[in-house]
Each structure stands twice: as C-alpha cells, then as structure tokens.
Ligand binder design. Structure first.
Ligand code: PLP
Length: 375
C-alpha cells in the first residue's frame, strides 16, 4: 500500500509500544501521588515537556490535552474576553477553530473572518484592516491543512501587537510542527497548538504552548492537574512518546527531498489534467503537501479508484467523510466546477520517489478511465 495522506494522520513509531508498556504497565503510577515511583513519573513528564519546549524554542509552558482539537478549543474558549471585544480567525481555519468561533458568535461575541489568497495564505491587508483595539483574540493557523500554505506568523504577531495590543495571538500549528523548523520565541505567539498523531506519535495526544506571562482559563475542571489548567490524570505514555516522536521526526525531516518529489508531482499532474488548479504555492508552503483541484469531477471517485490500486490519497475537506461543504473551496476562490474535485497528496520522510512515480502512473490511468466514462 502506498500512503499519501500523512496530513490526515501518520503511523505511530512502533517503538512507542515500548514507551506505552513502560508507563502503562511497568511504571503505571499516578503522577499526582506522593510516593517515589509516582514522583519519578511526574519528573519524566516534566522532562518531556522541557524537551518539547527546547525543540520548538518556546519559553513558557505546555499543557497536554487529548488532541489538537482540544488544544484549539482551550485557546478559543480559555483566552480572556472583555466587553464589546471581537475575535479574528482566518476563513480557512480547520473546523477545530472554525466551529469554536461559530459557538462564540452564537454566544454574542463578534467574530471577523480574515480573507486568504488562492493558496490558503492570509491576506495581510485584510488582516491589518480588521485589527483594532477591541480585538481580544487572533487565531491564525501556521500552515493550512488543505493547501500547505504557510502564514508569516511572525509578521502577523507584530502587526497584532501594534494595532491590537490587548489581543492574545494563537496559532494552530498542527500541520506545521515537524514539517518545518519552528521557533516559538521568534514567532512571538502567545498560544500554539500541536497534535502528536501528525508526527508519528499516538492518536489522542495534543498540546497547547502558553508563552511565559500569558494567562488563560481552564475549560476542563477537576483535580487541578497541569497547574489547574487541564484537570485529568495525565496520559503519561502519550506525553512521553510525544516528546520522543517530535525529536525523531525532526531529525528525519528532509525538506529538499520533499521539494523534489513535489516538483515532479506538480509537473506530472499538470500534464495529466491540463486544466487542473494547483492550490499550493511551493514558494510559501510546507514541503510535504500538494493540493490540486480537478474540474467537473468528484475527488472521492478518484480517491476510490486509486484505493483499488493500493494507493491512498486525501480529499479536501469539501468532500470529507463527515459532510460535504464548500467553505474552503469558496475561501480559495475556486469556481463551482472545481468544488468537488479537490485532492491532497501529503508525504513524509518514508515516501519514496518510486512510490510517487507509481502514483502518477495510476492517477493517469484512473483519470483517463473516468474521463472516458463521463464522455
Ligand atoms: N488543526 C489542524 C490544522 C488539523 O489539520 C487538525 C487535524 O487534521 C486538527 C487541528 C485537529 O487535530 P486532532 O486530530 O489532533 O484533533
């Protein structure tokens, strides 16, 4: 099987099973307990936290959660609001942000949606125009899960500090972490989300970085773990394996190799479907995602034809398993005939050139087959 949907999830490193055994079976102690074995587990969690902060160059705290989605919820609902405030998000945010914003809107908080260009990158003029002294929160994703487009977060944070000095700046880094170097101090963000299953860690483990000096409220209450910010007995093996996976995936990251693969892929796709639209601008995107849209075609059909050949690719969220919607194609400015045909190829360090060549060959066959029956 050739797996080209690493932006959806990645395979967990098999050696993480040893970490799970170590902390779930052998040293299964509750890190909040007072005996030495438990204190040792708490110390291991503290070290894992520090390792993540060091790798991502952050000065502050990390609160571990059960997903990128939970971290995003914590950022949106936990950050402080004030009377007559508004919040800003981009119009291509993942639904983990978008649906939270919708909920706030329903509660009476004003939400403004910043436009992006056709590659899913925030329009800086529109962003600037929407900043004002009553902005309480800005949430702009670091890299777009649909197109791979990377926002210049450092610049957006600086603009926010100038024009909306009361605002907390959150960035959803779920797709960016382990796909590009991250320096949280340099970015200047107050809050930053990551999710372990996107970089070969366990599913159901996420984190929210909180810059030193930034205060947010908890959204989960109980025993007061994580300094009261996220009550619940810690997912010890999840946390420790996240630090492990982060370190290993960064060591393996080969951006140049990814770029070569993506260049070849783009050239080949343009030959096969001359009127396709490439939604990824390689000068300003992650090196591991290529999004493209095929006109008058259901991406889902191509996905299943390729699946029959043993190749797994992703569709845009416009045709996700949950529900079809048009928010993203509209935000990217695609015209109607391209709405259903959005496809996403995403790779990781294990992807080989041979696999991509095979994908191109099979995609060519599948597209010709489909075009013939649609004639
Ligand atoms: N944010 C982005 C940009 C994502 O791509 C995803 C998952 O695809 C999430 C948030 C949600 O992360 P999780 O699957 O850990 O809940």
């Amino acid at each position: 099987m050739i797996y080209l949907d690493t932006s959806a999830t990645t395979a967990m490193y098999p050696e993480i099973i040893d970490i799970i055994k170590k902390y779930a079976v052998d040293n299964y102690y509750n890190p909040s307990a007072l005996y030495t074995n438990a204190l040792n587990v708490a110390k291991d969690i503290k070290n894992a936290k520090q390792k993540i902060l060091d790798i991502l160059h952050g000065t502050g705290n990390i609160v571990f959660t059960a997903s990128g989605t939970e971290s995003d919820n914590m950022a949106i609902f936990g950050s402080k609001k004030f009377k007559d405030c508004k919040i800003l998000i981009s119009n291509v945010e993942h639904s983990a942000i978008y649906q939270c914003a919708k909920k706030l809107e329903a509660q009476g908080i004003q939400v403004e949606y910043v436009a992006c260009d056709r590659f899913g990158i925030v329009d800086e003029d529109d962003f600037k125009a929407k900043l004002s002294s009553n902005v309480a929160l800005v949430s702009i994703m670091h890299a777009c899960n649909e197109t791979g487009g990377v926002n210049d977060i450092e610049k957006l944070v600086k603009l926010t500090n100038q024009l909306a000095p009361r605002a907390i700046f959150h960035s959803d880094g779920v797709q960016a972490v382990c796909k590009m170097p991250i320096n949280l101090n340099k970015l200047g963000v107050d809050l930053y989300t990551f999710s372990a299953h996107k970089f070969h860690g366990m599913k159901g483990v996420g984190g929210l970085y909180i810059k030193k000096g930034v205060n947010i409220n908890p959204i989960i209450f109980g025993g007061g773990q994580e300094n009261g910010l996220r009550s619940a007995t810690e997912n010890v093996s999840g946390i420790i394996s996240t630090a492990y996976a982060l370190e290993k995936t960064y060591k393996n990251l080969d951006i140049e190799k990814n770029k070569k693969i993506m260049n070849y892929l783009e050239t080949s796709l343009r030959k096969i479907v001359p009127n396709c639209i490439i939604n990824t601008d390689f000068q300003r995107s992650l090196s591991n995602i290529l999004s493209f849209s095929v006109p008058n075609t259901r991406g889902e059909v191509l996905l299943h034809l390729l699946e029959d050949k043993g190749i797994i690719i992703g569709t845009g969220s416009a045709c996700s398993a949950q529900k079809a919607h048009t928010r993203i194609p509209i935000a990217l400015g695609l015209s109607k005939e391209y709405f259903d045909g959005m496809l996403r190829i995403s790779i990781d360090n294990s992807t080989t050139f041979e696999e991509i060549e095979l994908f191109v060959k099979e995609f060519d066959n599948c597209y010709k087959f489909l075009s013939n029956i649609m004639k």
